[in-house]
Design a binder for this molecule. Structure first.
Ligand SMILES: Nc1ncnc2c1ncn2[C@@H]1O[C@H](COP(=O)(O)OP(=O)(O)O)[C@@H](O)[C@H]1O
Ligand SMILES: C=C(OP(=O)(O)O)C(=O)O
Ligand SMILES: [K+]
Ligand SMILES: [Mg+2]
Length: 579
């Protein structure tokens, strides 16, 4: 491709950001009034970028000791660039178009908690490891977090950690250590709030919620895990509730319980339970002290609880960079969806419990709505639960499961999540491979078939400076699609500009350069972003120079590649060929 470039600068006196003032004769055009745009086509521009850089030796992954620091740390090693080692290999071997845009989350459980198993998942494309505080001890979870951190430090992965709270909805106990129990048709089981110190009597299930025996009525229908197993309440004896199994099935430890009366969910009492229980608060403290990247809150009912948690995090860990993810899994969360998503840093379509609270046939429409709302409000969204449920037992997915995964990818969710498939299934690596290959295939199909989808995204900026950033990202995306560029580069300290670009879902990957390890890990959840950590200045010329030479030295880009670059320090769009 001919070596020429196009510069387009917009700078504004309204912006707090530094205006460009280039002492150099290097053809950047600077204008100091709003809405005057300069386009300069300069054939010499490319040679400017070929200027040898003094930091071309950046081929070494700096083994960042800061990787597990809970707070953002600016790493001062200015001669290195950090990128996830899986992405690096992908880029080197297959180029820009091969990179996966949909991010993958794996729940870690007994099947995947050892270092070797975690490494297999990281190598297979896991972007985020999720730990579910419903299960296991804090000690167990700490071990997992430390193993992931070690993997990141020693092997160059960038796996982020998501801690998921238990929440205070009603669920069963842990089956006295058994991995499952079978309930047969017509059998009588006892659901009890008593504490059993020794082994559980036969056909007895512990219930975590003290008011349970009080709240249910004879004749109520009791659903385990949204209807996987059903019982009818036949008798109440003090703390014990006798039930007859009407739909047989497998009971799993800590499965969710709901009860229904006259065809509707009984949730008066649930509505009074706090979203964040006292145990959850202790888990959150644990998460803060371990420096997790995301905290997912179960059974969110309103924006209020998210706001409270945010203030709590701010007070406890002032400079922390922890994102709060609202799990949408209750009727209340559907009612208050917009304000909850607005208050949170992201959302999860938690279809497991959601499907226990609304009729199953309503779940797909709600999934689509949640994804849409999140995209409009610029918050990452995760589609979770039962994506590849049959792979807990079998090495290949059903056709229906592949269609479900495809649909989530086509809807352009930011991330897909494995639960039981990776936590306790027999084929965690194979399940991850299926998510990866289906994502790649559907993304490619979508790009090939539906090029330049017209996105009608509402403006979300609250200040004029933010509006400019938003317009720049919208325009950069449009240009990137029309010019078929290889990548968009974004230099962003907070990550905001990177997420605005991700929101536009451009055809090409977005290389997001940021200065802190924690921002880099956080960007791991967002569609299409390839986060890099590199130190940079406010001088875009030198930033570009430096990243070009570092990336070239690592074989991730090559001369002639066409890139668009934007930054949140300098509100500009530049198009250029890599020298
Ligand atoms: N830390 C853990 N320890 C033991 N088992 C776990 C752990 N995490 C997950 N599991 C198992 O994996 C299953 C699926 O995980 P997940 O979907 O996160 O939980 P749940 O099914 O309770 O909503 C759980 O039911 C449980 O059997
Ligand atoms: C992801 C979910 O939450 P959990 O696995 O914690 O129940 C869900 O309900 O779909
Ligand atoms: K949970
Ligand atoms: Mg749930």
């Amino acid at each position: 491709m001919a070596a020429h470039s196009l510069n387009l600068f917009i700078s504004t006196s309204h912006s707090h950001k530094p205006l460009i003032s280039h002492p150099s004769p290097h053809s950047f055009t600077s204008i100091s009034r709003i809405s005057r745009i300069s386009l300069s086509r300069n054939p010499n521009k490319a040679s400017f970028f070929t200027r040898a850089s003094d930091n071309g030796a950046g081929g070494v992954l700096s083994s960042s000791v800061q990787d597990h620091a809970p707070y953002p740390v600016v790493v001062s090693d200015s001669s290195s660039i950090e990128v996830d080692s899986v992405t690096e290999v992908e880029l080197k071997e297959n180029g820009f178009r091969s990179t996966r845009r949909t991010k993958l989350i794996c729940t870690i459980g007994p099947a995947t908690c050892e270092a070797g198993q975690l490494e297999a998942l990281a190598a297979g494309g896991m972007n985020v490891a999720r730990i579910n505080m419903c299960h296991g001890t804090r000690e167990w979870h700490r071990e997992v977090i430390q193993r992931v951190r070690r993997l990141n430090e020693q092997k160059g992965y960038a796996v982020a950690i998501m801690m998921d709270t238990e929440g205070s909805e009603i669920h069963m106990g842990d089956l006295g250590g058994a991995s499952s129990a079978k309930a047969e048709d017509g059998e009588i089981w006892t659901f009890s709030v008593r504490a059993f110190d020794s082994a559980l009597p036969e056909h007895t299930i512990n219930v975590n919620y003290e008011g349970f025996a009080e709240d249910v009525k004879v004749g109520d229908e009791l659903l385990v895990d949204g209807g996987m197993v059903r019982f009818e309440v036949i008798e109440k004896i003090g703390p014990d509730v006798k039930c007859r199994c009407t739909d047989p099935g497998l009971l799993l430890p800590r499965a969710n319980l709901t009860f229904w009366r006259d065809g509707s969910l009984v949730r008066e009492r649930n509505a009074m339970l706090p979203t964040i229980s006292s145990k959850d608060w202790l888990d959150i403290d644990f998460g803060l002290s371990e420096g997790v990247d995301f905290i997912a809150i179960s059974f969110v009912k309103s924006a209020e609880v998210i706001k409270n948690l945010r203030s709590y995090i701010k007070a406890r860990a002032r400079d922390s960079d922890i994102s709060v993810i609202a799990k949408i899994e209750s009727i209340d969360s559907l009612k208050n969806l917009e304000e909850i998503v607005q208050a949170a840093d992201g959302a999860m379509v938690a279809r497991g419990d959601l499907g226990a609270q609304i009729p199953l046939e309503q779940v797909p429409a709600e999934q689509e709505r949640i994804i849409q709302v999140c995209r409009q409000l610029n918050k990452p969204v995760i589609v979770a639960s039962q994506l590849l449920e049959s792979m807990i037992e079998y090495p290949t997915p059903t056709r229906a499961e592949v269609a479900d995964v495809s649909e989530a990818v086509r809807q352009r969710a930011d991330a897909l999540m494995l639960s039981g498939e990776s936590a306790m299934g027999q084929f965690p690596d194979k399940a991850l491979t299926v998510l990866r290959s289906v994502s790649l295939r559907i993304e490619k199909w979508w790009r090939d078939e539906k090029r330049h989808e017209s996105t009608l995204l509402p403006g979300i900026a609250s200040s004029f400076a933010d509006r400019i950033s938003e317009e720049i990202c919208n325009s950069a995306t449009k240009m990137a699609n029309n010019l078929e560029v290889d990548a968009i580069f974004v230099y962003t300290k907070s990550g905001h500009m990177a997420s605005l670009l991700s929101r536009c879902r451009p055809d090409c990957p977005i290389f997001a350069f940021t200065t802190t390890t924690s921002v880099r890990r956080r960007l791991n959840l967002q569609w299409g972003l390839i986060p890099f950590r590199v130190s940079f200045s406010d001088d875009m010329e030198s930033n570009l120079n430096k990243t070009f030479s570092l990336l070239k030295a690592r074989g991730m880009i090559k001369s002639g590649d066409l890139v668009i670059s934007v930054s949140d320090m300098l509100q500009s769009i530049q198009v250029m060929n890599v020298p």
